[in-house]
Structure formats: C-alpha cells, structure tokens
Design a protein around this ligand. Structure first.
Ligand code: SAM
Length: 322
C-alpha cells in the first residue's frame, strides 16, 4: 500500500466517465459550450480495467462516478454493469439530474443506491442563467423518482454571491422537507476562477457566512463525520442534516484520500496541483505489466497532494471529475 509521510493513502476514486456535459455552469465551463467530449476518451472497458488495477495497486475501496455529466455518456451502461463486479464497498454517482428519470432503471440494476444531484437554485430563471442548459422541473422530478425507488439523495449547491445567495434558505427548506441532505460547496478556485481572483472573490460565500444565514432560522449542532470526510456536517434537530464542503474555510487536505481518473486516462492526485500522470496506455496492458508501472505513478500522484490547504488549480472541474 502506498502511504505518504502524513499517513495519507488513496481509498476513494473519482472517475470522470466523460468530459461532455449537457450543462455549462458559469463557474465550471468557461466557454459556455455544452456536450463537448474530450478527444481520445477511454473506452468503458479500459475504464473498468483502470478501476480494477487501481483497486489492486492503490487499495481503492470506494468509487464515485462523475464527469462531465456521466448520464450523457454512451459508455454508462457497459461501465456500470462491469464495475459492479469488482467488489468495491461503495459505488455512488454525481449527476446534474437532467437525465435521472430516464437512466434510473439502469442505475438501480447496477446497484447504485447513493446519488449526489447538483442543484444551485429552485428559481427556474436563475437555473437557466447559471446552468446554461437543462430545466428545473425535470431535475426535481428525477430526484422524486429516485427517492421513491429507494435512492439516498444528497443535493450539491454552490452558493454564489450575486447569483443564488437568496436560494440558500429555500433550497435548505426544500431539502429538509423532501428528506434530501443538502451539501453546500464553497466555490473553488478551479479552471478560469484560478486565474480570475476578482471573479472568484466577488462570488465566494464562506462557511461562516452560510452558518450565519442558516442560524437566523434554525438551531444546528455539528454532527459526526468520517475521518476523511470532505464535508462539515450539521444536525438541525427534528428537521434533518446539512453539510458544507468548506475547501477554503476548513481545508481537508491533511486527511484527503481521493484519487481522480479523467476520461482521457490521466491520474490526478490533487485538485490543487497541475501535475497529472498518464495511465491510458497501461490500461491496455496485462495486469503483471501494468501494476508495477502504475505503482510508480501512484507514488508521484500521492506526492502531488497539498500539505495543508487547497490553493486552486487550472484544471476545469468537468475535465478532472468534480
Ligand atoms: N455533471 C455532474 C454534476 O453536475 O453534478 C458531475 C460533474 S460536476 C463538475 C460535479 C460538481 O462539481 C458539481 O456539484 C458542481 O457544482 C461542482 N463544481 C464545478 N465547478 C466548481 C467550482 N469551481 N467550485 C465548486 N464546485 C464546483
């Protein structure tokens, strides 16, 4: 097992099935273009082999499937069917929910029971302005159907000053009512925001600001979370839970156990590092040839992790698999 000086190792793999997305969220996709897949994306079979090799070489236990938008990928069905056979302790998926109702039977058949659905507002006009694609009722209906089918749903919201700050309380109320756990994600200095300090600061909303807003209506207590959790979790007695992924306010680099594999075959050990390591060619090699080479690259990827705090990265989230 590869472990660094701080005792960190890779346990959680995030795989970007495709970099194509049917949205072009303003804070994620700088050029506003939808449905653009990267050239030379790996096949579903190569990706499944990648997961299998990483389970062995890095000790991966849990997988999150993301993108881009994983539900637009033609690889989804084959990937889901085969990855479910690898003995992982948990497989979950992050989606914008636009195709959720349509793909629900496939996800259920593949054994998926945990979803994160990204939703930044309940206002249909603001929805179109931020996501630059899709529509709100379809997402809400997809979530309802998934919940009725027994899925556990977390909702991801990125609060942005000047865009959807007025939606923090409506979304929290809605999620508490519906039994979804809301996760606020502090805006990250990724992609175009890494080089646009002003744009980032103008929109950034901190953990403290969110708690102050929520505290005007609800009493909350900090709740337990696993050691390597990214979210600070809170309990609102008699109502439910919410969390904040506070990259800036409460950095979690010291306990980070995440590894990312892009749709084009690059390993990323850290969101905040521009280093990446190409493994696409190794995934076509037999196990005995691939694993030793992979071990070397994993050591480099682990060495890319920040010691203490996230400082931003030039990679666009939809490429790296947010
Ligand atoms: N298409 C899927 C979705 O919408 O959930 C998966 C990919 S998307 C890149 C994953 C998550 O990254 C979304 O919740 C999105 O809001 C978040 N994200 C993208 N760019 C971000 C940024 N600069 N800061 C914080 N979160 C970001």
């Amino acid at each position: 097992m590869i472990v660094d000086r701080q005792g960190r190792r890779f346990r959680n793999l995030r795989i970007s099935l495709t970099s194509a997305c049917n949205y072009a969220c303003t804070y994620c996709v700088p050029n506003g273009k939808r449905l653009v897949a990267a050239q030379d994306e790996l096949s579903a079979e190569a990706m499944v082999r990648g997961v299998a090799y990483l389970i062995e070489a890095a000790g991966i236990e849990r997988l999150r499937i993301t993108g881009g938008e994983p539900l637009v990928s033609p690889k989804l069905e084959t990937f889901m069917r085969e990855v479910g056979q690898l003995g992982l302790s948990d497989i979950s998926l992050t989606t914008n929910g636009q195709l959720l109702a349509r793909k629900l039977p496939l996800l259920l058949d593949a054994g998926i029971r945990r979803l994160n659905v990204s939703l930044d507002t309940l206002d249909p006009v603001a929805f179109r302005r931020i996501a630059r694609g899709g529509d709100l009722p379809t997402v809400l209906d997809g979530m309802r159907q998934a919940r009725a089918a027994g899925m556990n749903i977390k909702v991801n919201m990125v609060p942005l000053r000047g865009q959807n700050l007025d939606q923090v309380m409506p979304l929290l109320d809605y999620c508490l009512e519906q039994g979804y756990e809301l996760r606020f994600i502090e805006l990250m200095r990724m992609g175009h925001l890494a080089s646009d300090g002003n744009g980032f600061l103008q929109q950034f909303v901190s953990l403290q600001q969110l708690l102050a807003l929520i505290g005007e209506r609800y009493e909350y207590l900090q709740a337990d979370a696993p050691m390597d959790a990214t979210a600070v979790r809170y309990h609102i007695p008699s109502h439910g839970y919410f969390g904040v992924i506070a990259n800036e306010s409460v950095p979690f680099c010291r306990t980070c156990s995440r590894l990312r594999l892009s749709s084009t075959g690059w390993l990323h050990g850290c969101l905040s590092s521009s280093n990446r390591h190409y493994v696409g060619d190794l995934l076509n090699k037999p196990r005995h040839e691939a694993l030793p080479a992979l071990q070397g690259l994993l050591m480099k990827a682990l060495g890319d992790k920040q010691d203490i705090a996230f400082s931003g990265g030039a990679t666009v989230m939809k490429i790296i698999g947010g």
